[in-house]
Design a protein around this ligand. Sequence first.
Ligand code: AMP
Length: 282
Amino acid sequence: MIKISDITEMRRLALSWRQKGLKTVLVPTMGFFHQGHLSLMDMARSLGQKVVVSLFVNPAQFGPAEDLDKYPRDIERDVRLAEQHGVDCIFIPDASDIYNAQHQTWIEVTEVSRGLCGASRPGHFRGVATVVAKLFNIVQPDMAVFGEKDFQQLQVIRTMVRDLDIPVEIKSHPTVREPDGLAMSSRNSYLSPEERKTAVCLFRAIQLARKMIADGERNRETVVKRLYELIHSYKDAKVDYIFLGDPETLAENSHISPPALLALAVYVNRTRLIDNCIISAD
Ligand code: AMP
């Protein structure tokens, strides 16, 4: 596996593969790999001939009061794991190269970025869209793989690619979970053993919503109210938002018409966790 931090070097390598007709798949990440990341790499491996994993903790997608400085990092371990999963190149650029001192160009995906995490984290998706567009320009992959765990992010990227005619095919991978249902996340490493027990409340909320809707409940407020009650019955859990609405437009309606997206963000003390699922009619 080749390890690159220089943008020009990355561009050259990707270009040499393209000239040989090799399909390149990009997996953008912020590192501190868990099985979710590794599954994306395995999927990328099956989709093309060359796999590039980018590892970049993108300052532009963190708010001033967020966890940029304490975001977990272990580059040596990440490099080892990527290599074990057949990755051809790991791209680890410096923030000062990605954002030059005069950087002033930003991508805003307006509608889809507005609600859910976009409402709680102003500027977050502008940072995400911009860095992903830059990574696409540097690597020029045929495809890119994203996790459904970050459902709104996936919709933001799909919308950007559509609107800006970016020639990259976007593939998604289902959420990888711990045995008790907790969605894997680098941020789970912040949780104390007691908080880890509380963290299962997101998955329990998903299960409850699935059951209520399968049993015929179609009133959004009724479902959302029950989910609030369930989550707040767990120690140190506080709902940031619960969204139940259209998976494409990310608009909410008082009547639930499956397939519906349930997406939620919950604080377990100071750690903010997200999860989601698509709920079908049965
Ligand atoms: P991150 O390093 O958290 O920015 O995530 C990098 C990529 O991995 C994103 O496309 C995420 O959606 C995806 N991802 C993160 N956690 C999971 C998970 N538990 N299951 C599947 N994909 C995930």
